[in-house]
Design a binder for this molecule. Structure first.
Ligand code: SIN
Length: 498
């Protein structure tokens, strides 16, 4: 990667995070060229509020250009063998790993998570490149025994075509590769709109994609405000597949627009994960699981525990241990080494978390630790544990997306299952128990896409990620993630005489 430090209004430390990423020239990546725009958007570091730089605020015209480029690039890209595409994805993977230190600092500068956690995200993101480089070779078709004597039926697995993708700010790197790697492996081409809050990780990925040999037009990054770009990606008939990670409200609107041209759609939307701790659980392990699930990325994770239901026999022990652990988290600027917990992304995120906490406290909950803004100010929210939250508190109905562990007591397994399922969201859930039969009952009864049993983490490149109910459509990662970018084409061969 080229070294590019130029005058920027950000602090010296902010600029350091951008070293060797070649991004301060404020460009988007369309058809193998860096494109400037008439207007720009400022990108800020959520820890300091400082401006890191700008990116072009592109609109419908540039998005249509990117779609045209992706359409032009498609025939040659899909004609390659899966192995040829896989070799390029593997080179991209190697480059991401080779630049992990810089990429992590860049990600932290624009997103806020501690740099060690950002390194984890880069590794996680890279794993999708590696996985789908291999999995693309297994895009098998089928041969079906003919239904008439002279007929032979073959089902081909064909790439869907041009893909439009919109990705969020909470995982600015991994949510891109989780979509783009399977799309490219399948033989599709992509127009990506990254979050306008965290576009630099996407542009850094484009720098490395070019270096890896991804041809012009195969992967395009259009930066800018969501409306105009999203309109093209969801309505242009040349885009045959649309994939989105973000809120349920926005996902519903985008999916409805996609139906005007009947696109294939994958949606990875909001969660409201229940976390159940039963009396027979290992309390220390359960608290470890809550810490992982709840405080990863300061709670700004769609699979974060949002409602923690604890059986009365272990309720006090869980509450006490969890408050001690959460209270010991080191809050600060993620670019400094000794930080476990960064800021929230912006003021709107902070206001929502504060509203949820205030609502719970007003209804009688007790803050065992935290409960409001951290002494650092800005958008730093103190890691919070609330005890005796009412089962009808706002935070049981809405996804908090912040560092608030809300404890609610329960008595019976049936009650816990009913509480867990009492949500239109169905992304992830967690349960801690040492009863094998109960584990199986929960696995069948809790209506979610992903259940962590004695595990606070459900995500990996080898496993299908996605939700039921209003948490989404489709799966990402694993062999199922490749299928989202393949069409099944039936070929019926007649006149086969013996
Ligand atoms: C997300 O929050 O959208 C993704 C989290 C994960 O992949 O674990």
């Amino acid at each position: 990667m080229a070294t590019a430090i130029s005058a920027s209004p950000g602090s010296e430390r902010d600029r350091l995070a951008l070293v060797r990423t070649d991004l301060l020239r404020s460009s988007a990546w369309i058809d193998g060229a860096w494109i400037a725009g008439d207007r720009t958007i400022e990108v800020r570091n959520p820890a300091t509020g400082g401006v890191l730089g700008t990116v072009p605020d592109l609109g419908a015209e540039e998005t249509r250009r990117a779609v045209a480029a992706a359409e032009r690039a498609l025939p040659e890209w899909k004609a390659r063998t899966a192995r040829e595409r896989g070799v390029i994805l593997m080179r991209w993977h190697a480059l991401v790993i080779a630049h992990i230190v810089d990429l992590a600092r860049l990600l932290t500068a624009e997103q806020g998570k501690p740099v060690a956690e950002a390194r984890g995200e880069i590794g996680y993101g890279a794993s999708f490149l590696e996985w789908f480089a291999e999995e693309g070779k297994r895009a098998y078709g089928e041969i079906i025994p003919g239904h008439q004597r002279d007929k032979r039926l073959i089902v081909l697995a064909e790439p869907v075509g041009v893909v439009g993708a919109i990705t969020p700010w909470n995982f600015p790197m991994a949510m891109i590769t989780r979509k783009v790697a399977p799309a490219l492996a399948a033989g599709c081409t992509v127009v990506l709109k990254p979050s306008e809050l965290t576009p630099y990780s996407a542009l850094a990925l484009a720098v490395l994609a070019e270096e890896a040999g991804v041809p012009a037009g195969v992967f395009n990054v259009v930066t800018g405000a969501p409306h105009a770009i999203g309109e093209v990606l969801t309505t242009d008939p040349r885009v045959r597949k649309f994939t989105f990670t973000g809120s349920t409200a926005v996902g519903k609107l985008l999916a409805a627009r996609c139906m005007s041209t009947v696109k294939r759609v994958s949606l990875e939307l909001g969660g409201n994960a229940p976390f159940l701790v039963f009396d027979d659980a290992d309390v220390a392990a359960a608290v470890d699981g809550i810490m992982t699930s709840k405080f990863r990325n300061a709670g700004q994770t769609c699979v974060s525990a949002n409602r923690i239901y604890v059986q009365r026999g272990v309720y006090d022990a869980v509450a006490e241990r969890l408050a001690t652990r959460a209270g010991a988290l080191r809050v600060g600027d993620g670019l400094t080494g000794a930080t476990d917990h960064g800021p929230l992304i912006n003021d709107a995120a902070f206001a929502k978390v504060a509203r949820h906490v205030d609502d719970a406290l007003a209804a009688g909950a007790r803050a065992l630790t935290g409960g409001g803004r951290h002494a650092l100010g800005g958008t730093f929210f103190a890691p919070t544990v609330l005890a005796d939250v009412r089962a009808d508190a706002v935070l049981t109905r809405e996804e908090t997306f912040g560092p608030v562990a809300a404890l609610i007591p329960f008595d019976t397994e049936a009650e816990a299952i009913a509480l867990a399922n009492a949500s239109p969201a169905g992304l992830a859930a967690y349960a801690y128990t040492n009863d094998l039969a109960r584990s199986w009952r929960l696995a069948h009864a809790i209506d979610v896409g992903m259940l962590g049993l004695n595990s606070g983490m459900v995500s990996s490149e080898v496993a299908p990620f996605g939700g039921t109910k209003e948490s989404g459509i489709g799966r990402e990662g694993s062999r199922h993630g490749l299928d989202e970018f393949l069409e099944r084409r039936l070929v019926v061969i007649g006149g086969v005489t013996s």
